[in-house]
Structures are given as structure tokens and as C-alpha cells.
Design a binder for this molecule. Structure first.
Ligand SMILES: Cc1cc2nc3c(=O)[nH]c(=O)nc-3n(C[C@H](O)[C@H](O)[C@H](O)COP(=O)(O)O)c2cc1C
Length: 484
């Protein structure tokens, strides 16, 4: 190397590490110093700029966030959340839009430090979301905005991490909705929303983020949070830049620009089930589930293994029929025989009395019942071997991937994730073990369930007797359920 040649920081480090006789050119030292400086950079420390807001809406929304996401006792060695997430990554952030004094304001919710920071940089952009049809939350209400950060999941799972991000966000939005309803609020979730305007209205924090859904709550009067939250006034431009911005940018650039934007709020709010079961008996008392939602969401967890043994048919039917609970959203009823875009098929293995109910809860497609095949379809996740039944959500390809209706992709995954969440709650109530499965092989599931080739398998759940013991390999650093 000649002394004038450019030395990259990495080359400088390799030279330094190789043990070769040092032949440092004049650029070695600056390159190493630059590398060291970058490695040690943490970004600016957030400013402590606390204040007391005049925002009953934000305080009430924090109560919902607290109960719907955070209020779970820590496990022995890990923090638990009220909602499941692929790899326990939780690749999203929560924002609020509410009045603070007389002004419409946006807040970023730091769920770890429990700080709610004002991020209103563009009040005019926030106002514009109202012009585009988002209702004014009113003095006492709020919008809780779920914002995804796909990179957090994609850096582990590659492009499929985007699908997991959408399903994870669906679990969160559904749980917040159920919690708000169970606390007596009026609440509904919207997916057909003006995302660009919302991104701008949320300010700087929306970089590399995608607005997923808006949950609108109008609380019953007189109940506010008693949760230990603090508020901070952090004007736009002062939010610290993430240290991994440049890597996140690379991941962000791999996502198509064309993912669904709607120009304004569309679709009336209607309370209806979000998926259709191919065949189903309705055994769940819907209002009871809403009443028990808070308790069930705190008790919910993903099974680490399943114990050998059969599950009575009635127990399984009660657990899975929670998908019929109607939830208020802006999603249309859909088309097809069941008037829904996403369907559910139940595949029993060890279910007492299942044979009598082929036309009830359980699929009558005469599916292949070979456990080995099912395990392979679940990427050989061996701790599923004693699962008593599998629930599979699937949809016609045209209802998931349609260039004329690109927003359907997000909506189909939302329906599957929301239904999966209801099954988590149903299984918890019935004392059954349950786990979500995002690591599966579509083609194998199609052939097991004898689905036509134009159906997309979106999400799978396993249910059975909870084995209580075991590792959740899905949480390992490696993408275990992807065969790594
Ligand atoms: C979209 C999604 C995909 C998941 N995929 C798997 C999977 O393939 N295998 C598995 O064992 N668990 C899977 N899980 C469950 C997570 O591992 C579990 O939610 C996470 O470890 C947190 O644990 P908890 O649900 O008990 O809070 C998945 C969860 C979600 C939401």
C-alpha cells in the first residue's frame, strides 16, 4: 500500500488485528480513530424536559396502553408483554394524538421508561389528518396510533419479518381495542387512514416507521390513569437519532414504496367478526369475553411445549370460537361464501369427540392427518409434536396480493392476527395451551388441508395441553423457526 492510498476503517482494523508487522501508512491512525469514534457513538442523551400536561385523553390512553401492553408480571428472567410477538421483538411504537390544553398534540410513548413525550412538530399536519376524515378525539378522548418499525423484525427474519411486523401490530391493536372496550370506553380500530399525513403529524419519530392503525377511544367520564407515567416536552428536531439509522435505511429501502396508502379515512365503522370460519359452532358468549379481556390478556402466554393427551371437543370449540367476537373496525365485510376475506380451518389430532363434529368447528375437507407432515409444515419445531389441534388462517390470493387494492395485504394480515389474538384469549380462558406459529411452510399446509393452490396460508396456531416446561426457541438470536 502506498502512503497516499485510502484506507477504510475496516481495513485499518484488519491490519491492526492481523499480527502482521505494522506498516501503518499516514492514514491508518485517522481511519482507526474514525472507526473508534463511530463505534462509541451513542447519539445525544434525551433531554429531561418534564411538564404536566392538561390532557385527560392522553392520560386515559396511557391507562389502556398500560393494561393492554405492559402490565404483565415479569417472568423469572424475561419481561413479559400482554401480547405475543414473533421472536418477542415487538417491532412497533405507540403514539397518541390528544388535546393538550386547547391544542391538538401528538405524543411518543416510551413504554420502557414510561415517558410520554410531546412530538408535535407540525400542528398543521395533525390538523390535516382531521381534514382527511380522522375524527377529532375531543377533550377527553384520544387516538392511539400503532406505528410499525419493520427493520426490527426484518434484521432477524429477512423479508418475512415484514409479515411478522404486521401480525404483531395486529395483536397489539386488537388487545388495546379489547382492553379499551372492557374498561367501558367506546373504541374502534381503523386501518383505512391517511398514513402520510399521520406520519407528518407524528413528527420526526415517524422516520423509518409506518403507521399501522389508529385506535380511537372515547372513555367513560371520570376515570383517569393512576399509572406512574411522566410527560416530557421534547420539540421536534431534538429527538435523538437512532445509532443504527444507516442500517435501518438499507432495510427500509428494500420495502416497496407502493405499500398501501389511503388518501383519507374510508369505510364506516362496523362491529363484526374479522374472519369467517369455514365451519363453526358459535359457543362463545361474546359480551363475556369483552368483560374478561383484561384478566385474560394478563394471563395469556405462549406455550413452550405441549403435553401428551387429548382435549375434549367442547373445550377446543369454545377456545377457537372466540374468533366470532365482533370487533368495531373500518374493515369491510368482504366477499366469498363466508362473507370474509380470511377463513379459518381447524385440524384436530387429539380431540375427544371430534369425529362427531366434522361439520361443526372442524374442517370437513378430509385433511391429511399425519403428524410428521404437520411438523414438517411447521418447520420441524419439535415441541409442537403433542399439540392437540392446529388452527390455520388462509385467504384467496386475490384478497391478499392485488395491485389494484394493495392495502388488502395489510388488512388480511390484520384479520389473521386479530383472530389469532382472540384464540389466545379463548385458549387462556379454557385452560388450554396455545402458541402462534409464523414459521411454517405454505405449500405443505396447502397440501395438508387440501387447499386450492390459489389460497395463501397467513398464520397458524397450535393448541393443546400446556406442557408448561421448555425453551421458547423462537426467542433465540437465530431464526430458529426458519431452519437456522
Ligand atoms: C407473528 C408471530 C409468529 C410467531 N411464530 C412463532 C413460531 O414460529 N414458533 C414459536 O414457537 N413461537 C412463535 N411465536 C410466539 C412467540 O415466540 C411469543 O409470542 C414470544 O416469545 C413472546 O412470548 P409470550 O407470547 O409468552 O409473551 C410467534 C408469535 C407471533 C406473534
Amino acid at each position: 500500500m502506498t502512503s497516499g492510498e485510502q484506507l477504510t476503517p475496516r481495513a485499518a482494523l484488519l491490519t491492526a488485528a492481523s499480527g502482521e508487522p505494522a506498516t501503518p501508512g499516514p492514514r491508518t491512525q485517522p481511519a482507526l480513530l474514525e472507526l473508534w469514534a463511530r463505534m462509541m457513538s451513542t447519539g445525544p442523551v434525551p433531554v429531561d424536559d418534564s411538564y404536566l400536561p392538561q390532557s385527560p385523553g392522553a392520560e386515559w390512553a396511557l391507562r389502556v396502553v398500560q393494561a393492554g401492553f405492559l402490565d404483565v408480571a415479569p417472568d423469572r428472567d424475561t419481561v413479559r408483554r400482554a401480547v405475543p410477538s414473533a421472536g418477542a421483538i415487538h417491532p412497533y411504537e405507540i403514539y397518541l394524538i390528544a388535546h393538550d390544553s386547547a391544542e391538538l398534540a401528538a405524543f411518543a410513548v416510551d413504554t420502557v421508561r414510561r415517558i410520554c413525550s410531546r412530538t408535535t412538530g407540525h400542528p398543521s399536519a395533525l390538523r390535516r389528518t382531521l381534514d382527511l376524515g380522522l375524527p377529532d378525539p375531543g377533550a377527553l378522548g384520544a387516538h392511539i396510533v400503532v406505528v410499525t418499525r419493520p427493520w426490527l423484525s426484518m434484521r432477524k427474519y429477512g423479508p418475512r419479518g415484514y409479515v411478522y411486523t404486521q401480525i404483531d401490530a395486529a395483536h397489539l391493536a386488537t388487545n388495546l381495542l379489547g382492553i379499551a372496550l372492557s374498561l367501558g370506553a367506546q373504541a374502534s380500530v381503523r386501518l383505512r387512514i391517511p398514513r402520510r399525513a399521520l406520519n407528518a403529524g407524528l413528527g420526526h419519530g415517524a422516520r423509518h416507521r409506518e403507521v399501522h392503525s389508529v385506535l380511537t377511544i372515547a372513555p367513560p367520564t371520570g376515570i383517569y390513569t393512576d399509572a406512574p407515567w411522566s410527560f416530557s416536552r421534547m420539540p421536534i428536531g431534538h429527538l435523538p437519532r437512532g445509532v443504527d439509522d444507516e442500517f435501518e435505511e438499507m432495510c427500509w429501502a428494500s420495502l416497496p414504496d407502493g405499500l398501501p396508502e389511503s388518501s383519507g379515512v374510508q369505510g364506516a365503522l362496523v362491529s363484526r367478526p374479522l374472519v369467517g370460519a369455514e365451519a363453526s359452532e358459535q359457543v362463545t358468549d361474546k359480551s363475556r369475553l369483552i368483560g374478561e379481556w383484561s384478566t385474560l390478556s394478563l394471563a395469556r402466554r405462549s406455550s413452550r411445549s405441549f403435553a401428551r393427551g387429548a382435549v375434549p371437543f367442547e373445550q377446543l370449540a369454545e377456545a377457537v370460537s372466540t374468533v366470532h367476537v365482533a370487533l368495531p373496525s373500518d374493515l369491510p365485510g368482504g366477499a366469498g361464501p363466508s362473507r370474509h376475506d380470511v377463513s379459518m380451518t381447524v385440524l384436530p389430532f387429539s380431540v375427544e369427540g371430534a369425529e362427531r363434529h366434522v361439520h361443526g368447528v372442524i374442517s370437513d375437507r378430509n385433511p391429511v392427518s399425519d403428524r410428521g407432515m404437520v411438523l414438517r409444515a411447521c418447520m420441524n419445531q419439535h415441541y409442537l409434536e403433542n399439540a392437540a389441534a392446529f388452527v390455520v388462517f388462509h385467504a384467496a390470493r386475490r384478497d391478499v396480493v392485488d395491485p389494484m387494492r394493495p392495502y388488502l395485504l395489510r388488512e388480511a394480515l390484520f384479520r389473521a392476527g386479530a383472530a389469532g389474538h382472540l384464540i389466545y384469549l379463548g385458549a387462556t380462558r379454557c385452560g388450554l395451551g396455545v402458541t402462534a406459529l409464523g414459521g411454517f411452510d405454505q405449500a405443505r399446509w396447502r397440501s395438508i388441508l387440501r387447499l386450492s393452490p390459489d389460497r395463501e396460508v397467513l398464520y397458524v396456531m397450535a393448541l393443546g395441553l400446556d406442557g408448561a416446561q421448555g425453551e421458547k426457541y423462537d426467542r433465540l438470536q437465530s431464526a430458529y423457526a426458519h431452519g437456522q
